[in-house]
Ligand binder design. Structure first.
Ligand code: PLP
Length: 224
């Protein structure tokens, strides 16, 4: 693995190689896994090298920060696909639907309703992931496991295109059991996509069926 001092192009190649290798071990093609480059806190000039290296799928965790960076970058790279991976306030739903191609943080009834309205009004329907509080942690975003079936039903009723589940497992413990649980929940609900795995654990996530890994630090270096 190149260190964080390596050029962005090399880091990207290394992460892509690791994904391809791990996907093969897991029995699937590398193309089954989408690498989302999480560019939160990274200024446009830090994102350019990855765009130049061919990366097209990016993720941000704040609507306002993304609005400041991506419209300009997209005029030069109209094929960029932008994911929202952070907590979303209902009053930002209209802006989020306008800017993002996928939203990974659908986790409560009020947000489902706000997104449903925003999609109805704009006609734009970004792919939606329901975020699950997989470790049942008080401070974390995500719907409780027990409330997942009801929220999924409500989201479908509201017309949200729910494509999969997303989770961030508890810090500093072995993530595999949590990834396995998320995969089982997705399967039980007939959902094909799994947003799981970050810089520290994306290999484990791919082995357990992740279809979208969200990698920031391993591509851009440590955040300030
Ligand atoms: C920041 C962030 C990531 C990327 O984390 P790294 O450890 O830097 O790879 C992934 N998912 C979410 C939801 C994040 O907020």
């Amino acid at each position: 693995m190149p260190g964080t001092e390596a050029p962005p192009r090399e880091r990207l190649a290394a992460v892509r190689d690791t994904i391809a290798h791990t996907a093969k071990i897991a029995g699937g093609p590398a193309e089954a896994v989408t690498l989302i480059a999480i560019s939160k806190t990274v200024p446009a000039e830090g994102i350019e090298p990855l765009l130049a290296a061919g990366q097209r799928v990016f993720g941000e965790n704040r609507v306002q920060e993304a609005q400041g960076k991506w419209p300009a970058l997209r005029t030069r790279h109209p094929d960029v696909v932008l994911h929202l991976v952070g907590q979303l306030q209902s009053n930002k739903a209209v802006e989020a639907v306008a800017l993002f191609d996928a939203i990974h943080s659908v986790d409560r009834s009020s947000l489902v309703q706000a997104l449903g309205k925003a999609m109805g009004a704009s006609g734009k329907r970004p792919d939606c992931f329901v975020q699950v509080n997989i470790g049942e942690e008080e401070q974390k975003g995500g719907v409780a496991i027990a409330e997942l079936p009801a929220l999924l039903a409500e989201a479908r009723e509201a017309g949200l295109p729910i494509v999969g589940l997303m989770a961030v497992p508890p810090a500093d413990v072995e993530p595999a059991p949590y990834f396995a649980l998320l995969a089982k929940l997705a399967k039980d609900h007939g959902l094909a996509r799994l947003s799981m795995g970050m810089s520290g654990d994306y290999e484990t996530a791919v082995l357990l069926g992740s279809t979208e890994v969200r990698v920031g630090t391993a591509l851009f270096g440590a955040r300030a």
